[in-house]
Write a protein that binds this ligand. Structure first.
Ligand code: SF4
Length: 150
């Protein structure tokens, strides 16, 4: 089983109420091979919601308590992001998923790229909170840009 960011499957769970549908990934779900996850919704965030970025590090550092997730109103949303990541990990364990295809640049789902925490649109190398918890658990991570199911 493969975990896939819900927004990539056409679910309107993005912060702005939209999605990032990738038809080739939706096909995997229709074949019964994939499970949609949205860690921010699972953590308790509403949709639409205020956009967030990781400040002071990456998702691995958030899990260690060395960085925070902040929204663009300056509010600390770290706890919600960690809660959502843990919920996704439970789904991985329950479903036996060994890989995940996640939306790049998200503070939850980003695998190799992230916004730099300044809300200026600047991209840096970095991993999101959910991607980090899955990586720490040995789950293979792919992105919508690079995965073996094209
Ligand atoms: S948290 Fe992940 S699944 Fe949810 S909208 Fe953001 S990128 Fe998509």
């Amino acid at each position: 089983m493969i975990l896939i960011s819900g927004c990539l499957l056409g679910i309107n769970c993005r912060y702005n109420g939209g999605n990032n549908l990738k038809p080739e990934l939706l096909k995997l779900m229709k074949e019964g091979r994939a499970i949609p996850i949205c860690p921010e919704q699972l953590g308790g965030a509403p949709t639409p919601r205020v956009p967030c970025e990781i400040v002071g590090g990456n998702g691995l550092e958030v899990l260690k308590g060395r960085a925070k997730v902040i929204n663009n109103l300056g509010e600390d949303t770290t706890e919600l992001f960690i809660r959502g990541a843990r919920e996704v990990l439970k789904i991985a364990w329950a479903s036996g998923a060994h890989e995940a295809i996640l939306k790049e640049r998200s503070p939850s789902c980003g695998v190799k790229e992230a916004y730099d925490g300044s809300f200026s649109g600047k991209i840096v190398c970095g991993i999101g909170v959910t991607a980090a918890i899955l990586k720490n658990s040995g789950i293979e991570l792919w992105t919508e840009k690079k995965h073996p199911y094209c």
